[in-house]
Design a binder for this molecule. Structure first.
Ligand code: DSN
Length: 432
């Protein structure tokens, strides 16, 4: 028996999914905030759990029929608590932005002062950009990185963080970044927060997988709350999550629902549960370490081709490239477009003190989480670094760029993430 649905296959949409799967399989994916979710994560995201309304929390729902959903969400919570060694977890945030806003709603009041890394130094929109609700609701005071001219420069300026904290007496200090390639040590942030009586939030959106995999220090023992996305280095479905100290758990829960969101996306929460289990395996630890090894190899290759790397290199999954030493005329925007023609996908990014606007930029941000999932190693990273340099050097020569595109295709044919039905349809179980 089948349901009362149209029989016709929506070929238009399925063909677009197939096209996108093909694009993901055949290009080099270096966007630092992306990854290739496992077939199981994809399949669970496309499950019947999408049908259920479950406003509230396990055993405290506003709708009937939630016995199974309660088990799903409880399982995700339990797995996340185990994975991160946390006291409390909320798995309902639809995104990292919602996780962050939820944490602010729980911990501070409109108008309160918050310290966070400024967007143009590597922070995030939700760390108080005037264009974002967070910047409109709260009084954010930015900190940044040390000058490039200093030996070992372009690292988070902890002296500045402390000075500003002592002067501003914030209610909350936010650690974490979206375009910062070094380890962020949570311990000195905790010390400063304690000195000024502030709470500490760690936004681990980018590095959650590195923390889960044990290759970066865990913020969990130090931060009152850690927010993160589940789809970057953690390699789960596109979403967010929060772990925190037990004593603020109820406030976090209330802020996410009913404070910020309505019905949770239980199909995505189930996929988060799958991802949390995947991330707890010894194989994931190896994967997390490999991401960093690959990033270092790509960084070395780029440096040897004449690119200046912000902070001189990387300790995590990403590299921030200052294009000006390589070619003063080349903007991040032009470089991104050129590399896309060559089959290498990345994003332009401001570098600290960038003279160009955020829309144009002097930098590129490159990440290795996705291609590491596809099975690439340092050898391929070295080749990719050379291809990037060659494409950008020859950007006016369409033939040369097309030739690199072909080489990219050849490389990706050996290292593509999706096979069979997943490559055909983007998710197991969707057929025409
Ligand atoms: N868009 C994400 C990133 O690329 O870092 C952050 O929201």
């Amino acid at each position: 028996m089948s349901g009362n649905w149209p029989n016709a296959v929506d070929k238009e949409v399925l063909d677009l999914i197939r096209e996108e799967a093909e694009r993901q399989n055949s290009n080099i994916q270096l966007i630092a905030s992306e990854n290739f979710a496992s077939p199981q994560v994809l399949a669970v995201t496309g499950s019947v759990l999408t049908n259920k309304y479950s406003e509230g929390y396990p055993s405290k729902r506003y709708y009937g029929g939630n016995a199974v959903i309660d088990e799903v969400e409880t399982l995700a919570i339990r797995r996340l608590i185990d994975l991160m060694g946390a006291e409390y977890a909320n798995v309902q945030p639809h995104s990292g932005a919602n996780a962050n806003l939820g944490a602010y709603l729980a911990l501070i009041k409109p108008g309160d002062t918050v310290l966070a890394m400024s967007l143009d130094q590597g922070g995030h929109l939700t760390h108080g950009s005037p264009a974002n609700a967070t910047g409109q609701l709260y009084r954010f005071v930015p900190y940044g990185v040390t000058p490039a001219s200093l030996d070992g420069g372009e690292r988070i300026d902890m002296d500045q963080v402390r000075d500003i904290a002592l002067k501003e007496r914030p209610k909350l200090i936010v650690a974490g970044a979206t375009a910062y390639s070094r380890i962020i040590d949570p311990e000195p942030f905790r010390r400063i927060a304690d000195e000024v009586g502030a709470l500490l939030m760690f936004d681990a959106a980018h590095i959650a997988g590195l923390v889960a995999g044990g290759v970066h220090p865990s913020p969990v023992p130090f931060a009152d709350v850690m927010t993160f996305t589940t789809h970057k280095t953690l390699r789960g479905p596109r979403a967010g999550a929060i772990v925190c100290k037990e004593e603020i758990g109820t406030k976090i829960d209330k802020a996410i629902f009913p404070g910020l969101q309505g019905g949770p996306l239980e199909h995505v929460i189930a996929a988060k549960a799958v991802a949390f289990k995947e991330a707890s395996t010894p194989e994931f630890k190896e994967y997390a370490a490999q991401i960093v090894t690959n990033a270092k190899a790509l960084a070395e290759s780029l440096a040897s081709s004449g690119f200046r790397l912000v902070s001189g290199g990387t300790d995590n999954h990403l590299i921030l490239v200052d294009l000006r030493d390589f070619d003063a005329e080349l903007s991040g925007k032009e470089a991104q477009l050129c590399l896309e023609r060559a089959g290498i996908v990345c994003n332009r990014n401001q570098i600290p003190g960038d003279p160009r606007s955020p829309f144009v930029t002097s930098g590129l941000r490159l990440g290795t989480a996705a291609q590491t999932t596809a099975g690439m190693g340092p050898e391929q990273m070295e080749v990719i670094g050379s291809m990037i340099a060659s494409a950008l050097r020859n950007r006016a020569d369409d033939e040369a760029v097309a030739k690199i595109n072909q080489e990219v295709g050849n490389l990706c044919s050996e290292f593509h993430p999706y096979e069979g039905v997943v490559a055909q349809r983007g998710a197991a179980g969707v057929t025409d």
